[in-house]
Design a protein around this ligand. Structure first.
Ligand code: GLN
Length: 380
């Protein structure tokens, strides 16, 4: 008899809603991906490298050219000096890096703190390693962290805290006070950090992204995870990476080598070229998406959805309690079926969903797609 290693976990909401959108012929504002391509110059570099002999296994840690560019980028943006040979690993997508990082530190019985609403990959990864997640719900409606609750949730079994900034799905950013509280809490404790920063370039309104790489004392205990899919509008390429200090990375690599061995080579060379030649792309990504957020919010202003301010990521939360009191999974399904716009119900990101009526829209879409979709939503 096959025993289920992830009891209670079905198909991810992203697969469910994208399939429903497709089956219903709806505009898909659910799963987070752009409906436009990445830069042509980047795509041309992939073709170039495929035609010029870069089609065999890359090294386990990633091609040296890309690791070098990642090191230069984090020095430029966060003032952080990493050794590109020993402190970075390129992975097939950030999801894989998250799994390897969790597997590196979590042993059976260990506890891991996550902030709800949390991205849905963290908890199953902890479960697969025999660990247990402790969930701290962010405060509604500003989704700030209750640090007293964090303190109260720490035990001698707490091994890891997972944070995500800019945060999916809330669009919130960590601030200096959060960093200060975190520092105090983990001081002199045997607790590691996993900082999921895949939206690191997408933040708005002159705010800042506080990568943990900015803080040497925290970075010494942290796996920082990022991805190129969000940055270059290439979520289907599946290239992410982890940065961690040497002792953590050595252990991470011992595990990673038996999971994926290495990441596809030609795209790594292409991204390395593009990072070197076109840093403006990531410098300008925040304003590119801020314009989309503003357009989406302006078009939705006439609707009965109440928008919850988004300071980063390419997601916008919307409270629909003025429209319906259905639970969010039912509302999202009906929205897809009857109004032909798909969104993500936010309750699925909670261990214990509060009494909220919120869905998540992805605004990484052509302006015309946003106009068409909001045209269908404003009448509700
Ligand atoms: N990160 C994407 C989102 O939040 C989904 C990725 C996935 O489908 N696993 O929508």
């Amino acid at each position: 008899m096959l025993r289920n290693k992830l009891p209670g976990k079905g198909t991810t909401i992203f697969s469910v809603m994208s399939k429903m959108a497709q089956d219903q012929g709806a505009i898909n504002l659910s799963q987070g991906f752009p409906d436009f391509d990445g830069p042509e110059a980047l795509r041309e570099r992939v073709t170039y490298h495929m035609s010029n002999g870069h089609n065999q296994y890359a090294p386990l840690t990633g091609v040296p050219e890309l690791r070098e560019q990642i090191a230069l980028k984090v020095l430029d943006l966060y003032g952080c000096n990493i050794d590109p040979d020993t402190e970075v690993a390129v992975t097939p997508g950030a999801t894989e890096a998250i799994f390897c990082a969790i597997t590196t530190v979590v042993h059976p019985g260990d506890e891991v703190l996550v902030f709800d609403p949390a991205y849905d990959t963290y908890e199953p990864n902890v479960t697969l390693n025999g660990g247990v997640t402790r969930h701290i719900a962010l405060r509604y409606p500003d989704f700030s962290i209750d640090w007293q609750q964090v303190r109260d949730s720490i035990t001698e079994r707490t091994r890891l805290i997972i944070l995500n900034t800019p945060q999916n799905p809330t669009g919130t950013l960590w601030g200096e006070e959060d960093i200060r509280q975190l520092r105090e809490i983990i001081a002199e404790r045997d607790i590691y950090l996993l900082s999921d920063e895949v939206y690191e370039h997408i933040y708005f309104d002159g705010k800042q992204h506080l990568s943990l790489l900015r803080y040497p004392d925290l970075a010494a205990k942290t796996f920082v995870i990022s991805s190129f899919g969000k940055t270059y509008h290439t979520t289907g390429w599946r290239i992410g990476y982890a940065i961690a200090p040497r002792p953590l990375m050595d252990e991470f690599l011992r595990i990673q080598q038996f999971i994926n061995f290495s990441t596809n080579a030609p795209m790594q060379y292409a991204i390395a070229d593009f990072l070197r030649d076109c840093p403006q792309h990531h410098y300008e990504l925040g304003s590119f998406y801020q314009a989309k957020r503003d357009l989406f919010c302006q078009l939705m202003a006439k609707s009965r959805f109440k928008l919850i301010p988004s300071s980063g990521t390419y997601f916008q939360l919307a409270d629909y309690s003025a429209i319906s009191d259905e639970p969010d999974t039912e509302f999202a399904a009906r929205l897809t079926r009857e109004h032909k716009v798909a969104a993500i119900p936010v309750s699925v990101f909670y261990k214990q969903a509060p009494d909220q009526r919120i869905v998540r829209f992805c605004f990484a879409k052509h302006d015309d797609t946003l106009r068409e979709a909001t045209g269908r939503l404003v009448g509700l």
